[in-house]
Design a protein around this ligand. Structure first.
Ligand SMILES: C[S@@+](CC[C@H](N)C(=O)[O-])C[C@H]1O[C@@H](n2cnc3c(N)ncnc32)[C@H](O)[C@@H]1O
Length: 289
């Protein structure tokens, strides 16, 4: 712990922002590595007379900040943490940093099953840091889930993230290509959720440096038209879902109507494209017959 005066800290903060970057990123760094929350920062501004504690010294925090500004390394990879819904998750360059727009997928699923008190069996394809599956397993301790990913390092991170929150046994982790780890669960899943890689090749090439140079390509690129993985997931879903089971997918901002048609072509019913907070048709849901 490092004891520091509020005045000294506020001067330091001004100096850091003067070098560049945005306030939100600096606050994220302060929260994730120094344990200083937004609320505590606001209190410091209201009363700059006192002293307080930081988990790390200002010199070290500044070195992280400089690395972020110079090399465009995302703060989350520097600190090793990200915040998503009410979770603090470990992340490394092996996993995508879970995005705020994806948070809504949890509310969509909870809404679909709000009147269903049964113990459900679900799978997530491409779990990355585990964000989606962990949020679901914690929200419904009686549900049972299997979180899968092609990347074994992602599976390690996701399972450690789950263990940090719970000693429940209701979430398992398996690595493998899309449906392969679920071979023994054909026809048994109440719902399957996935935020697959869906960025088209041309757009991928133009992504900002902090995304393209640091986040895993395998987590982002969806082939030439962005739909390669989405198609594979939809085509095989009927084999694995229970009768009337749900498939819930995130898609790129402009893929909603194509993904909707793919659901319909594969005999899904109740198909809907749902909007995110920016009004973009970001999620496609449907029920297998
Ligand atoms: C867009 S990321 C989503 C990560 C996480 N679910 C989230 O929402 O933040 C897509 C994930 O799919 C995984 N993935 C890519 N190709 C895969 C494949 N063929 N089979 C299984 N998982 C795959 C990636 O490793 C990555 O973790």
């Amino acid at each position: 712990m490092f004891y520091i005066s509020a005045k000294e800290f506020l001067l330091w903060e001004k100096k850091q922002l003067f070098k560049g970057g945005d306030k939100e990123s600096l606050y994220l760094l302060l929260e994730s590595i120094a344990g200083l929350s937004h609320d505590e920062l606001n209190l410091l501004r209201l009363n700059s007379e006192g002293d307080f504690y930081l988990k790390k010294n200002l010199g070290l925090i500044e070195s992280y900040w400089d690395n972020h500004l110079t090399n465009n390394v995302p703060i989350q990879y520097l600190s090793g943490f990200t915040f998503w819904r009410d979770l603090k998750l470990s992340v490394s360059e092996n996993v995508l940093i879970p995005r705020p727009e994806t948070e809504l997928i949890i509310d969509i699923i909870l809404k679909i099953f709000e009147n269903n008190s049964k113990n459900l069996f679900f799978a997530e394809l491409g779990t990355g840091s585990g964000a989606i599956s962990i949020a679901l397993a914690l929200a419904h301790p009686l549900w049972e889930g299997i979180a899968t990913d092609i990347d074994k390092d992602a599976i390690d991170i996701a399972s450690r993230n789950f263990m940090n929150y719970s000693n429940q046994q209701n979430l398992r982790f398996c690595s493998g290509h899309w449906w392969n780890p679920l071979e023994t669960f054909k026809g048994e899943l109440d719902f399957v959720v996935s935020n697959p890689p869906y960025i088209p090749e041309e757009i991928y090439q133009k992504l900002p440096v902090e995304v393209k140079n640091f986040e895993p390509k395998i987590a982002l690129l969806g082939g030439e038209d962005g739909l390669e993985h989405i198609k594979e997931i939809i085509y095989n879903a009927p084999l694995y879902l229970k009768k009337k089971g749900w498939l819930i997918l995130e898609n790129h901002f402009d893929q909603g109507s194509i993904v909707r048609q793919l659901f319909l072509d594969n005999r899904f019913t109740c198909v809907e494209v749902l909007k995110d907070f920016s009004g973009i048709g970001r999620f496609t849901i449907g029920r297998y017959k």
